[in-house]
Design a protein around this ligand. Structure first.
Ligand SMILES: [Zn+2]
Length: 197
């Protein structure tokens, strides 16, 4: 088990576009395993390579992570993923391992079909709709493009409040709370939701 060091916002590697993987060798398998070890150790359900400082198109997801039983683990390694179908909308809370403690609502497609390669280089397709897997795939794929969930918040006020509360932004927490309330928003977030990654 090899844990990698997590990169936190505003580490510049998080803003870089990643490179496609073209060789499916033992170094890619080791990277995937190290990423999974890092994801499980940090209680995330997903992790993209830039979050461990690697600018390559690979991400891992396990929506059963966080369950206590080790044998419930069901990891998926996505290499060079592309969304080939996308429809509808869903709004839900997201956290990110690169922004410890921060949670806010993000709008995503309700249903997607993603095409990707596995560790053997084989092309596969996966459909996900209305669930955590669907949200996690979209969140992690954004990381591969150098995009972050802070640019996709449903409410900029709610995001700013969370970012300020957790030291990622300068601001007046009380004033922001009042503004969020005045706008009819929720200030009590991060219930028991998993951190997506
Ligand atoms: Zn993330």
């Amino acid at each position: 088990m090899a844990k990698m060091k997590l990169r936190y916002f505003p580490d510049p590697v998080l803003k870089q576009k990643t490179k496609r993987i073209t060789t499916f060798d033992s170094s890619v398998r080791k990277l995937a395993q190290d990423m999974l070890d890092t994801m499980y150790a940090n209680d995330g359900v997903g992790l993209a390579a830039p979050q461990v400082g690697v600018s390559k198109k690979i991400m891992v997801i396990d929506v059963t992570a966080g369950d206590d039983e080790d044998d419930r683990r069901n990891p998926i390694v996505f290499i060079n993923p592309v969304i080939i179908e996308s429809e509808g909308e869903m709004v839900g809370q997201e956290g990110c391992l690169s922004f410890p403690g921060v949670f806010f609502e993000v709008k995503r497609a309700r249903r997607i079909v993603v095409r990707y390669q596995n560790l053997a280089g084989k092309e596969l397709k996966l459909e996900a709709a209305d669930n955590l897997l669907c949200r996690a795939i979209q969140h992690e794929m954004d990381h591969l493009e150098g995009e972050l969930f802070i640019d996709k918040a449903s409410s900029a006020l709610q995001r700013d409040l969370e970012m300020t509360k957790h030291g990622f932004m300068e601001g007046d927490v009380e004033e922001l709370e009042q503004q969020v309330k005045a706008a009819g928003g929720t200030i009590k977030l991060h219930a028991n939701e998993p951190v997506i990654g």
